[in-house]
Design a protein around this ligand. Structure first.
Ligand code: NAD
Length: 428
């Protein structure tokens, strides 16, 4: 989506192949797991506010459902591609498996830019996407959720369309719904908080006091913002964030060496996670180039914007001070850059482990909807912490025991679980 010289699907397949080799998987299992089982390409005609009709292209990819109904977000982005969605659907399979929830992996997207669409037009895209795909989705088949540039409002439009088609109430069709409309408390914060729960555990293992650390974060949307808040709550200091500016069509880094006030930054950020430059200057921020977030002298880097952001051309700008890289985004590191991070011995918390808090809380949302009994926020976040902490510990223990890179260790656990499921079902 963001850096077209790298194909995320090829990255996902390379990562898979590497671990399939370590695990000695048989040919049939490899062939089954290294590509999606099903994918749908749809056209969505929308009557625009000016009376014209525009055709939007959408996708849904179901990578693997051996462990349960497929689960994964839907993105709205002008540069969305089927290969990005394929990669993301694979990563969803591994994500659900590494935190051991009974779900498979899927992902969806629509090529569109919500910045240039009215609410009514966005609603029509949501409803049109569901109309095209409803027969191939559902609570026991495929359950979408929010992702880049979609939120609870979009989820409710999609649910409403699904329920209109099927003539009943099916709150389990979608997660990330508004609280009070079947949504779970804590879902908005879950992904960002989950990143920090794993970071907290990593720092403990490394013997680093979190209150003495600093971080630089790419992104200031759903994941990044809540990660920043939780990290500061635990005593860390965020000194830089970077985000996209849709007016200038470029990204900027906002830096404050003595620490950003995250709540104040949030107050000057729009719904798409773009910070107001003028107001940021008033808050005492330095405004730097978009890529500057990566070269800060900090202990922790958290890429939490998009895929393909740490590449061979900027990985060497990472400061020697950096000890942990926690991947909040999906696929933020390209394979060549990953190799350098591995060689430098930076402690990596891989994407599908670090950002699994969102899908874990989505799973909690399904559980709550099914029983029609909703938990208090503290209870949701406590359960989330337990899941994330135990998944992190399992991965880091395996990495230590077998001398594996953290990404490979997470893959070994996830792929083994899915491979076992397809075998037990008699598919291979
Ligand atoms: P979002 O749309 O809320 O925020 C994206 C942020 O990235 C915004 O601040 C935007 O300005 C920034 N951004 C976009 N392009 C940029 C660029 N070139 N340079 C710097 N900043 C840029 O999205 P989100 O939901 O926070 O998702 C972020 C990442 O986390 C994505 O990779 C997504 O797939 C992944 N993720 C999200 C969730 C979730 O629950 N939302 C769960 C798991 C993984």
């Amino acid at each position: 989506m963001s850096n077209t010289s790298y194909n995320p699907y090829e990255t996902a397949q390379q990562q898979f192949d590497r671990v399939a080799e370590i695990l000695g998987l048989d040919e049939a299992t490899r062939e089954l797991l290294r590509q999606p089982m099903r994918e749908y390409h749809v056209l969505i005609p929308v009557k625009m506010d000016d009376g014209s009709v525009k055709i939007f292209k959408g996708f849904r990819v179901q990578h693997n459902d051996a462990r349960g109904p497929v689960k994964g977000g839907i993105r709205f982005h002008p540069q969305e591609t089927i290969d990005t969605i394929r990669a993301l659907s694979m990563w969803m399979t591994w994500k659900c498996a590494v935190v051991d929830i009974p779900l498979g992996g899927g992902k969806g997207g629509v090529i569109c830019d919500p910045h240039n669409l009215s609410d009514r037009e966005q609603e029509q895209i949501c409803r049109g996407w569901v109309r095209q795909l409803a027969k191939d989705m559902g609570p026991n088949v495929d359950v979408p959720a929010p992702d880049v540039m979609t939120n609870a409002k979009h989820m409710l439009w999609m649910l409403d369309e699904f329920e209109t088609i099927y003539g009943g109430k099916y709150p389990g069709f979608i997660t990330g719904k508004p609280v009070g409309m079947g949504g779970s408390l804590g879902r908005t914060e879950a992904t960002g908080y989950g990143v920090i729960f794993t970071l907290r555990e990593a720092l403990k293992e490394l013997g680093i006091d979190i209150t003495k650390t600093t971080a630089s974060i790419q992104g200031f949307g759903n994941v990044a913002k809540h990660a920043a808040k939780k990290y500061c709550e635990l005593g860390g200091k965020v000194i830089a964030i970077s985000c996209w500016d849709n007016t200038d069509k470029k990204s900027y880094t906002f830096k404050k060496a003595d620490g950003l006030d995250i709540d104040a930054m949030e107050a000057i950020t729009d719904t798409y996670g773009s910070v107001d430059k003028k107001k940021a200057v008033d808050l005492g921020c330095e405004i730097l180039d978009g890529d500057a977030w990566i070269e800060q002298d900090v202990d922790i880097l958290i890429p939490a914007a998009l895929e393909n952001q740490i590449t061979s051309s900027n990985v060497n700008k990472i400061s020697k001070q950096v000890k942990v890289l926690a991947e909040g985004a999906n696929g933020p590191t390209t394979p060549d850059a990953d190799q350098i991070i591995r060689e430098r011995g930076i402690f990596l918390i891989p994407d599908f482990l670090a950002n699994a808090g969102g899908v874990t809380c989505s799973y909690f949302e399904q559980v709550q909807c099914n029983s029609n009994y909703f938990w208090e926020k503290d209870e949701v976040l406590e359960k989330l912490d337990v899941k994330m902490t135990s998944a992190f510990k399992a991965v880091s223990e395996l990495a230590r025991k077998k001398g594996l890179y953290m990404r490979d260790a997470a893959y070994v656990i996830a792929i083994s679980r899915v491979a076992q499921a397809v075998k037990n079902r008699g598919w291979v």
